[in-house]
Design a protein around this ligand. Structure first.
Ligand SMILES: C[S@@+](CC[C@H](N)C(=O)[O-])C[C@H]1O[C@@H](n2cnc3c(N)ncnc32)[C@H](O)[C@@H]1O
Length: 273
């Protein structure tokens, strides 16, 4: 892990980002991320589970995919770093589900307290993915099972590559990121990392997550309201803003007209403890 103050700063920034984004995420994005949550839920052998932990659970939509498959007595704990996300999850989930704030890299749970763990589109966002994998291994019992999804191959992910490309084309400078959300997206290296954290039988595969964007202009309208792009566009000239929006909308429309969806290539890994 990075030094404590770096780590704390990253966590505080991530928490603030997702707090500010929580309701918008729930209303406009979650319908898409649930495609991957359903895949994870289908691979976790949930009917035999006795204690399930979801980390980075967001607004609780993924947990709603898990719930119907659980036996009546199974414990289900749903957690997220962002207090706003936790509040949204609490509001949509029934009383039987425990909902709590937790950092995936420092889980507030005893060793071996669960037999299933799910983390949908979370591992690539945490400051120390190796620590999050070690925590997953620690809280799972031997014989337990875990599933993660992360961003996969950049070249198959226009959902997150079109806008930066268009920004560069129209002369908008993008803030430098210390690392990319695509960094965990190589199948064999993710399998190796999961294995090295104490898991076995690691299956990993790519799966597209497709967004129903409707049209180029609708896509741009949503994108421009996300905290990242709202911040970037706030600092550019009116001409650059217009060129960005028009060019991006046209690129999205071209793809849609060619029958190609706006997708993120996800990488899914499922493993036994
Ligand atoms: C892309 S959203 C996915 C939410 C949910 N799993 C879904 O699929 O709808 C990522 C979530 O990870 C959470 N998150 C980011 N860093 C985290 C960390 N270090 N520990 C726990 N959750 C974190 C965010 O607050 C956010 O809710």
């Amino acid at each position: 892990m990075s030094s404590t103050s770096d780590y704390d700063e990253q966590i505080a920034a991530t928490r603030a980002y997702w707090d500010s984004f929580s309701r918008f995420f729930q209303e406009r994005m979650e319908v898409t991320t649930l495609q991957l949550a359903r895949t994870l839920a289908s691979m976790l052998r949930l009917p035999e589970a006795t204690a399930v932990l979801e980390v980075g659970a967001g607004a609780g939509g993924g947990a709603q995919q898990v719930l119907p498959a659980l036996s009546e007595g199974a414990r289900f704990v749903v957690s997220d770093l962002s207090p706003e996300m936790v509040a949204l999850a609490r509001a949509v989930l029934p009383e039987r589900v425990e909902v709590q704030q937790a950092d995936a890299c420092q889980l507030p749970f005893a060793d071996q307290s669960f037999d299933r763990l799910m983390a949908n589109l979370n591992l690539m966002l945490v400051p120390a993915p190796e620590a999050a994998l070690a925590e997953a291994a620690r809280v799972l019992r031997p014989g337990g099972r875990a599933g993660w999804s992360v961003w996969g191959r950049r070249e198959q992910s226009p959902m997150f590559t079109l806008a930066p490309r268009v920004a560069q084309e129209v002369g908008i400078e993008l803030p430098e990121a210390p690392r990319s959300n695509f960094d965990l997206g190589e199948r064999e290296s993710l399998r190796e990392q999961v294995r090295a954290s104490g898991f076995r039988e690691v299956l990993a595969w790519y799966q597209p997550m497709v967004r129903d964007v409707g049209s180029g202009s609708a896509y741009v309208e949503t994108l421009a309201q996300t905290p990242r792009w709202a911040g970037i566009l706030a600092g550019v000239s009116a001409e650059q803003d217009q060129a960005f929006r028009e060019t991006l909308a046209a690129r999205v429309d071209e793809r849609l007209a060619a029958g190609k969806p706006i997708q993120l290539d996800a990488l899914i890994a499922v493993a036994d403890r």
